[in-house]
Write a protein that binds this ligand. Structure first.
Ligand code: ADP
Ligand code: ASP
Ligand code: MG
Length: 443
């Protein structure tokens, strides 16, 4: 079986949904098709949820009304038969009635909000399911809330998911196309939850791992993982091959094309992931597997919202156990560290979750002087930078000649060099690195 995932833009208009149906029926292999919400929907649901949490019910209801209008128009364009239109309108009416019920809850809480956010994927998959049926294509809906679950740490329960999903598929009628929701799941309390923004990629990879798929294909609006952020840098190009490690680093460090955790399940279960474009389906895209190419720097990504913390302590000199005590503070506040550099008298680390920053700083002050820099960006260069390769750092430092660099991390893994800069220099750094790092390479 193959898992196909289509993102919001790929299902964002009736014609695009028609195109998706063509793509998934191009061969007769059995597929599980994971869909995101229609583009813009999750953002709107987030806004509605925030209004409800702020007790601004009238404004929330107004937004719901507009969203429903959008779905009525979408439905009118999606189906061609009276029966199709009837079924589509029924789906929209049923789920918008449920959404409206949520807007009436006077003490609307975070749990209600998670329920609200799930309607984007519930709507897109139900509409698509009826569209396929109208087109005479045998298919079945697999409601994600019946099998997709996370534990109390937010981690997917792959073994449980696998058992449930296989059981559902084995005990139901055999069809060539199974349609399921990305992003949504149940949490350890059995309540509706989600895999964080962009989580449909994660769903695809988890489903791929759970059913031991031959391949996971992530279809989006760009022809693969590019060598740099195409939203910032001109003339970026797709990379044909990446290893799981390289792709995981790029996703984690800001390449929006993939959810930060989405590679891990596929990697653990050895399932290749292919990134493809719905806008240009003949383009080869990117294959992510265990195969490594010989290119030193393959791609650059940038992750914003980073906080750097420096702890200066003369007591650290030759003191064993110092780092352990330091890390225990971060562990206590469940805050993970991305970058770390040390000297004899100081340690600098970065975190991307500043929720417990004040408490962390207060405890670190027992060890020495603490300095905090907010609004930092990690620029991550990914590739195969084995120590034997010469000249890699020269190219990077050349590019950064006019940009203040707060931290450098090199040698932690052979496929990552990270630089920390103030976010105001991010754009300049990405463009400058692009010019000097990739110009001599042939991909
Ligand atoms: P989807 O809705 O299909 O999940 P996303 O918007 O989440 O799509 O991801 C695709 C977008 O990721 C692209 O349109 C592109 O602007 C952005 N992107 C950021 N970095 C990269 C990169 N390195 N390679 C490709 N796309 C990237
Ligand atoms: N619809 C969700 C979001 O917009 C999940 C996804 O698109 O992957 O974040
Ligand atoms: Mg996405």
């Amino acid at each position: 079986m193959i898992v196909y995932k289509f993102g919001g833009t790929s299902v964002g208009m009736p014609e695009r949904m028609h195109k998706v149906s063509e793509l998934i029926t191009a061969d007769d292999k059995t597929k599980i098709v994971v869909l995101s919400a229609i583009s813009g929907t999750t953002n709107t649901l987030v806004e509605i949820g925030e209004l409800l949490l702020d007790r601004k019910q009238e404004e929330a209801k107004f937004k719901v009304k507009n969203l429903k209008k959008h779905y009525d128009e979408f439905t009118a364009g999606l189906y061609s038969t009276a029966e199709g239109k009837r079924r589509g309108s029924e789906v929209v009416d049923i789920y918008f009635k449920e959404i409206n019920t949520l807007t009436d809850i006077p003490d609307f809480n975070q749990g209600n909000n998670k329920t609200l956010l799930a309607y984007g994927e519930i709507l897109s998959t139900n509409l698509f399911h009826h569209y396929l049926t109208e087109a005479g294509l045998k298919n079945m809906l697999l409601p994600a809330l019946n099998y997709m679950s996370i534990d109390e740490n937010g981690e997917p329960e792959i073994e449980k998911i696998s058992t449930k999903l296989k059981n559902i598929i084995e005990t139901s009628e055999k069809v060539p196309l199974y349609i399921t929701q990305g992003y949504i799941c149940r949490n350890h309390e059995g309540k509706t939850d989600n895999l964080q923004r962009g989580g449909s990629d994660y769903t695809a990879s988890i489903v791929g791992a759970a059913i031991n798929a031959d391949e996971v294909q992530i279809w989006t609006d760009i022809d693969g993982m590019h060598n740099n952020d195409p939203r910032i840098v001109k003339n970026t190009f797709p990379i044909s091959e990446l290893t799981f490690d390289e792709a995981a680093e790029l996703a984690y460090f800001g390449a929006k094309i993939l959810h930060p955790s989405s590679i891990l399940p596929a990697q653990k279960y050895g399932i290749p992931v292919r990134l493809k474009s719905t806008m240009d389906h003949a383009a080869p895209g990117t294959v992510i597997s265990n195969v490594s190419g010989d290119i030193d720097i393959k791609a650059i990504a940038a992750k914003d919202g980073i906080t750097a913390i420096k702890i200066k302590s003369t007591r650290m000199l030759l003191a064993h156990g110092f780092l352990r005590r330091l890390f225990e503070v971060f562990e206590k506040y469940k805050t993970s560290i991305d970058m770390i550099t040390t000297s004899e008298v100081a340690v600098s680390v970065t975190i991307d979750q500043p929720r417990y920053l004040d408490q962390i700083v207060e405890e670190l002050e027992h060890f020495g002087i603490v300095e905090v820099d907010k609004n930092q960006t990690i620029i991550c260069l990914v590739g195969s930078m084995v120590a034997a390769k010469k000249g890699v750092l020269v190219r990077i430092f050349d590019a950064m000649a006019d940009i203040p660099v707060r931290m450098v991390s090199y040698g932690g893994s052979k496929n990552n060099i990270s630089l920390l800069v103030d976010t105001q220099y991010k754009e300049k750094a990405l463009i400058s690195l692009n010019d000097s790092v990739f110009e001599k390479q042939v991909v």
